[in-house]
Design a protein around this ligand. Structure first.
Ligand code: TXA
Ligand code: MG
Length: 345
């Protein structure tokens, strides 16, 4: 058991001494959880194989599921990976920000970080505390989402403390994550680009920069038992609440009628649109924001799933989200949490 230090911040800046202490922990091979604009990251020195091993152990994550390395400036990717013209086009439009690019790796990045792969995932976060921490350590930070394997990614320090207190050296509390879903991940193949994980940088936004954008099948569909995913993370079971989580597809009015009758017959939790809150019994319902506000729904999803799971209900319901814009990322996370269970009404 480690004595985890909790470092408070105002969400934008961090005390100079705290920053240096956190940087020193990482340089000495320790682990520090830090806020990013997407979700919290469990950071260690990406050039240190033993730090990578500690990250996998702290999360309880299989060691063939590779880590993202976080850099302070897009051009720093040069030191750790082989970049290309398309990489710089993407960097110009979306970095710093919630985009991760898979590139061929250089030797300085150990295989323990990349799960044995020849490629490395590179991301330049826009959160000011993340940037300052990377700069202060002087090394790239290998950082998966700071949850225990099998739990939703953490979007506030409370989630991180629930999962990792005693398993990491320090946690920097930067308040609520702005976006709430993990970064968009793309793989480059010459001039074409494959979307491996949707996020706040949408497929349409990517198409403005790169003419050929293919969405990997595993983003929308269930992988067959024998199928090899393009990204190892796709094959692992993702967060599923301890009780069934079911998505409801249909016109708003019909969904409400369905939910009302379920509330009468079952002990259920509902992730509910703001404008529908008054129409339902107010027990165990969580306001996820307006129906057309997909950003709000993305921001709240992981907190809502953690909370709904703690209510002690028998089933959790939510609307099936649309697949456009950031909706694709919401859809991808929700359909996996629901193990593809959708009821059409
Ligand atoms: O927003 C984010 O990306 C957050 C914050 C902390 O930056 N990080 C994050 O990391 O979500 P993680 O480890 O939870 O998810 C990384 C995903 C995994 O599904 C992994 O399989 C995939 O990225 N990945 C990493 N390196 C890869 C590679 N070389 N090739 C294919 N997929 C890779
Ligand atoms: Mg994760």
């Amino acid at each position: 058991m480690l004595n985890t230090q909790i470092i408070k911040t105002d969400g934008i800046s961090i005390d100079y001494n705290d920053l240096n202490m956190a940087a020193k922990i990482i340089r000495e091979g320790g682990l520090v959880v830090f806020p990013t604009e997407t979700v919290y990251g469990l950071g260690g020195d990406a050039t240190n194989a033993s730090a990578a091993k500690k990250i996998y152990a702290a999360k309880g994550r299989p060691s063939d599921n590779p880590l993202i390395i976080h850099i302070a400036k897009p051009e720093d990717a040069e030191k750790y990976a082989f970049t290309s013209e398309v990489y710089y086009k993407l960097a110009k439009s979306f970095m710093p920000g919630p985009l991760t690019v898979i590139l061929p790796k250089k030797d300085i990045i150990p295989f323990s970080v990349t799960g044995g792969l020849d490629s490395v995932a590179v991301r330049c976060p826009s959160h000011p505390i993340a940037s300052k921490l990377i700069e202060a350590t002087g090394v790239p930070l290998a950082a998966p989402s700071a949850n225990l394997s099998g739990k939703p990614s953490p979007t506030c320090a409370r989630h991180v403390i629930e999962d990792l207190c005693g398993r990491v050296d320090a946690i920097i509390d930067g308040g609520d994550s702005e976006i709430g879903l993990e970064s968009t991940i793309v793989k480059l193949d010459g001039d074409s680009l494959t979307l491996l994980r949707p996020g706040a940088i949408t497929a349409d936004a990517l198409r403005c920069v790169c003419a050929s954008v293919t969405i990997a099948p595993a983003v929308l569909e269930q992988l067959r038992e024998d199928e090899r995913p393009l990204s190892p993370g796709m094959k692992y079971k993702h967060y599923a609440p301890t009780v069934p989580f079911v998505l409801i597809d249909g016109e708003r009015e019909r969904v409400i009628e369905f939910l009302k009758s379920e509330q009468k017959s079952k002990k259920c939790a509902i992730l509910c649109y703001h404008e529908d809150m008054a129409l339902l019994d107010n027990q165990n319902i969580i306001d996820v924001g307006n129906a057309d506000n997909l950003e709000s729904q993305a921001h709240i999803l992981f907190t809502a799933l953690r909370d709904a799971d703690s209510f002690g209900v028998d089933i959790i319901y939510a609307h099936l989200p649309p697949k456009d814009g950031i909706g694709l990322a919401l859809y991808n996370r929700m359909i996996r949490a629901a193990a593809h269970t959708v009821i059409k009404v």
